[in-house]
Design a protein around this ligand. Structure first.
Ligand code: SAM
Length: 469
């Protein structure tokens, strides 16, 4: 890898000569491969493991890189392929949030690595709003979150400035900012070619715009987590100092064991609590993270949104009376697919029906008033007359009642044929109608079995194109 001279000079000045040499040496090595498991879907035993990721209990380093695309378990949302340093967010969320449900915004969320992590790290009953400004990337985000299967989430497709009406709405905001990507040099050669000092400055200006747009949406007392995958000071410590000096944000420290090898503040004259992952000291790619808290003005103090109103599953007052005009029998048939139907409100959307956590019905209305929603809760079904066609999102959802549909277990080979959207033939004694296919016990999607063949209901736009070697 040939590094730009200005980058080399920048790193020498940042780390000092000896440390910089060790850093450049590490950049010439291979990036490690790691996954994070979805413990709501699988337990252990998926791959030959090399080690655990110390700062995230679901994170595993793999001893080799398998063909992830040809693994049906990936498409079933059993794990996410994620760079290990990024999983530090798990430790930070667990430290900041504790056990009280929150409403979190992941502002720059695609393709969804940190959002899927947050689904598991936030306390039960929290709501995650995942946003992405780029249209195509927002679709990928929705796909990855659908596969992860968490019903307590919303996917939006907006510019940060569009959030301006939502003042004080979020208990926690993650800005995993678009950056110059120096930390990805080892994984992505293209990132080296795109790098320049001008690009660094442009990124720093854009990050300030994003932060200024979203800061008012953070509730007093709430946390802002700011992260990048780059090394330079302008996009990292200098942004934290700016947030402190211009916006009154209070940098917060998170205890970390010294054996994790995390590096602290590198800005001279400051001792900011920031967390840097450098490839010669930690096993992962370059990453920077900081936590800042919004000061609480006495009169503005409010409990987190998740604590207000009714507790999960214990309310329902009047909500059902205001349900849309679909026949009751259809609504209850769809609700019956969920293992905890009282926690959800069913709503129509176009020709479909989706289930959304009852606790956050008003939050959803506020989001709908200002933002463009791509997905909310679990899309349950398409309604065709009196028929309900279950969605793929329902097959993926951990809210699905395990015995709601008949299941047929298929081999990995058949599962791949299904994921390529090929025709499937089930055994003669397989049940007719909507059948949930499983592979290693994991739901991979629905077919409609009509006997001599089973219609493949896998979403056409997600079908895999790669063949077995
Ligand atoms: N958090 C993601 C994850 O863990 O998978 C990675 C996010 S990536 C570092 C930054 C994201 O910011 C990209 O998806 C990019 O499209 C988005 N982005 C680019 N320009 C933006 C802007 N002006 N405002 C908000 N987001 C932007």
């Amino acid at each position: 890898m040939i590094l730009p001279a200005a980058f080399i000079a920048q790193l020498r000045s940042l780390l000092g000569q000896a440390d910089a040499d060790a850093f450049f040496n590490a950049l010439q090595g291979d990036a490690s491969v790691s996954i994070r498991m979805n413990l709501r879907k699988v337990q252990e035993g998926m791959f030959p493991l090399e080690a655990w990721v110390p700062w995230c209990p679901q994170g595993r380093y793999l001893s080799q890189r398998p063909s992830f695309t040809l693994d049906p378990r990936l498409h079933a949302g059993a794990y996410y392929v994620q760079e290990a340093s990024s999983m530090f967010l798990w430790h930070v969320l667990r430290h900041c949030v504790g056990d009280c449900p929150v409403v979190m915004l992941d502002l720059c969320a695609a393709p969804g690595g940190k959002s899927t992590l947050a689904c598991d790290a936030l306390p039960e009953g929290s709501l995650l709003v995942s946003n992405e400004v780029m249209r195509a990337r927002a679709q990928v985000l929705a796909e990855n979150l659908t596969k992860w299967g968490n019903a307590w989430s919303v996917v939006t497709h907006n510019d940060p400035a569009d959030f301006s009406p939502l003042v004080g709405m979020f208990d926690l905001i993650l800005v995993d900012a678009p950056c110059s990507g120096e930390g990805m040099f080892r994984k992505d050669a293209g990132a080296v070619n795109d790098w320049s000092l001008e690009a660094v400055e442009m990124c720093a200006r854009r990050q300030r715009r994003i932060l200024a747009d979203i800061w008012p949406c953070l509730k007093p007392g709430g946390w802002l987590i700011y992260s990048t995958c780059t090394y330079n000071l302008s996009e990292n410590e200098e942004q934290v100092r700016w947030l402190r000096d211009e916006w009154g944000a209070c940098p917060v420290s998170v205890p970390v064991p010294s054996e994790w090898g995390i590096t602290g503040c590198l800005l001279e004259g400051e001792d900011l609590p920031v967390y840097r992952f450098l490839p010669h000291k930690t096993r992962g790619e370059g990453f920077f993270l900081s936590v800042l808290q919004k000061p609480v003005e006495a009169e503005e103090e409010q409990p987190p949104v998740g604590r207000r109103g009714n507790k999960k599953g214990k309310s329902g007052n009047g909500t059902k009376d205001r349900l849309p005009l679909l026949p009751k029998e259809i609504m209850s048939r769809a609700a019956n697919w969920l293992h905890d139907p009282d926690s959800y409100v069913l709503m129509p959307q176009g020709t479909g029906l989706f289930a959304f956590p009852l606790l956050y019905k008003e939050v959803l209305q506020r989001l709908r008033d200002s933002l463009y929603l791509l997905q909310a809760g679990v899309p349950l079904a398409e309604v065709k007359g009196r028929d309900l066609l279950p969605t793929h999102a329902l097959a993926m959802s951990t809210a699905l009642r395990p015995d709601a549909f008949q299941r047929v277990e298929v081999s990995a080979e058949q599962a791949l044929a299904y994921l390529r959207r090929e025709a499937i033939v089930l055994p003669g004694d397989a049940p007719r109608g909507f059948v949930l296919l499983t592979c290693e016990g994991l739901p991979i999607g629905f077919v409609k079995n009509i006997g001599n063949r089973a219609n493949n209901l896998y979403p056409a736009e997600w079908r895999i194109r790669k063949s077995l070697p």
